[in-house]
Ligand binder design. Structure first.
Ligand code: CMX
Length: 138
C-alpha cells in the first residue's frame, strides 16, 4: 500500500533560479542535484523536516517537464508516494482501473524505482509511485 507522500515534484524553467528561491523559502540548501537521462530532466532535492521537495527542469524539448510548462506554466507537477513493493502496487492499481504509464518500473532520481499513473485516473494529478532501491536490487 501507499506508505506516505515521498515527495512533491515542482516543474521549473530555470533550476538555478528556482533553487535560490526555494533555498530562501525553506531556509536550507538543496541536498542533491541529479540528472535523470531517461526522463530528460535535471532534479534538485530539498528536505523540509520529514518532507521532500523535488524541483524538476527539462534538459531538452522532448521532456515531459518542457511539455508541461509550455502548456500549464511552472507549478506542482506530481505527487510521489513511497511504496514497499512497486510491482505489487502497480498490479493492485491496474486491477483497480488506474492507467499505469509504465509497463514496468524504471530507475528514477534519488535511488528509486518509479512508475507513473496518468493524471486522468487521479482527478487531474499525476501520481508517481516510488520504491527505494536496496543494495541487492542494484
Ligand atoms: N499533471 C496534471 N495534468 C497533466 C500533467 C501533469 N503533470 N501532464 C499532462 N497533464 C494533462 C495534460 O494537460 C492533458 O490534459 P487535457 O487533456 O485536459 O488537455 C492530459 O494530461 C493528457 O495530456 P497529453 O497531451 O495526452 O499527454 P502528455 O503528452 O502531456 O503526457 C503524461 C502527459 C502525464 C502522460 C506524461 O507527461 C507522462 O508520461 N509523464 C510521466 C513521466 C514524467 O512526468 N516524467 C518527468 C518527471 C520525472 C521524474 O520525476 O524524475
Amino acid at each position: 500500500m501507499m506508505q506516505k507522500i515521498e515527495h512533491l515534484g515542482i516543474a521549473v524553467k530555470d533550476l538555478e533560479a528556482a533553487e535560490a528561491i526555494y533555498s530562501k523559502l525553506l531556509g536550507t540548501e538543496p541536498y542533491k542535484r541529479e540528472t535523470v537521462e531517461s526522463e530528460c530532466v535535471i532534479t534538485s532535492f530539498f528536505m523540509n523536516g520529514p518532507n521532500k521537495i523535488e524541483l524538476l527542469a527539462a534538459t531538452d524539448e522532448s521532456s515531459a517537464i518542457h511539455k508541461y510548462i509550455e502548456k500549464k506554466g511552472e507549478g506542482i507537477h506530481h505527487i510521489a508516494f513511497a511504496v514497499e513493493d512497486i510491482h505489487l502496487e502497480m498490479e493492485r492499481l491496474r486491477k483497480e482501473g488506474f492507467v499505469i504509464l509504465n509497463e514496468s518500473p524504471k530507475r528514477g532520481a534519488d535511488n528509486k524505482l518509479i512508475c507513473f499513473i496518468h493524471p486522468k485516473s487521479a482527478n487531474g494529478v499525476l501520481i508517481e509511485l516510488c520504491q527505494e532501491i536496496s543494495s541487492d536490487e542494484e
